[in-house]
Ligand binder design. Structure first.
Ligand SMILES: [Zn+2]
Ligand SMILES: [Zn+2]
Length: 224
């Protein structure tokens, strides 16, 4: 996949914005947290479309200082986000009958959530960038056959399955095909192996080694 530097730069910028905000919230709200556990280094694939969609995402657990009630920590989180120009939303949820304070923030489609409750010392920080493509959509080029009637080795015949293509003749050697849902589906023709399973990618078969069943494909062949 040829990465488009502009698309990559845009996703990286959003990833940095997310990281910056998470680092601030974590250090302010759960002092002493080990930030090396905040993994936001590489974007990951969200959906195998064509082109695939990537995002940065992180989940981090900090410890609520015992003297800070959950509601107060949530209010601080909301204030920090608001001060940084993020849209803020606070709400309450229940977890196994116990109240949980939730704070949500969003900016430029980057979203994050802070979750805590008085029943636990955990503060969960969660965030993700929007899912974006890193490359332009590309028209797939069906491969050229690696063997033709002109180039087949003497004593060999073109593979009856791929007709000399060598690559899997179902997926053209990509190992997947696009489904009606817009997602990549592993090719069942080659079991994602990309090459023709009959000739193992050679495009041709040794005539003397054909099984009686395989010979059936070449019944019309001139024995000379
Ligand atoms: Zn083949
Ligand atoms: Zn295939």
């Amino acid at each position: 996949m040829a990465v488009n530097p502009e698309l990559q730069a845009e996703l990286d910028r959003l990833g940095r914005s997310l990281r910056e905000r998470l680092v601030e919230l974590i250090t302010e709200l759960t002092p002493g947290a080990d930030l090396t556990a905040l993994f936001l280094d590489v974007p990951t694939v969200v959906e195998w479309r064509e082109p695939p969609l990537y995002h940065y995402a992180a989940l981090f657990r900090g410890m609520r200082p015992s003297e800070v009630p959950a509601a107060e920590l949530a209010a601080r989180a909301a204030a920090l986000l608001g001060a940084a120009g993020w849209e803020v939303r606070t709400w309450r949820e229940e977890s196994e009958g116990r109240p949980v304070c939730m704070v949500g923030g969003s900016r430029e489609r980057v979203t994050l959530k802070v979750r805590t409750g008085d029943h636990t010392s955990s503060v969960m920080f969660e965030g993700e960038t929007p899912a974006l493509p890193l490359s332009e959509p590309r028209e797939f080029q069906w491969p050229e056959p690696i063997r033709t009637e002109e180039t087949v080795t003497p004593g060999f015949v073109l593979c009856y399955e791929c007709d000399g293509l060598g690559a899997c003749s179902y997926c053209g050697g990509r190992g997947w095909s696009l489904g009606g849902d817009g997602l990549r589906h592993g090719c069942r023709g080659c079991d994602r192996r990309r090459y023709c399973l009959i000739c193992r990618g050679a495009g041709q078969l040794a005539f003397s080694e054909l099984s009686p069943y395989q010979l059936g494909y070449y019944r019309d062949r001139d024995p000379g």
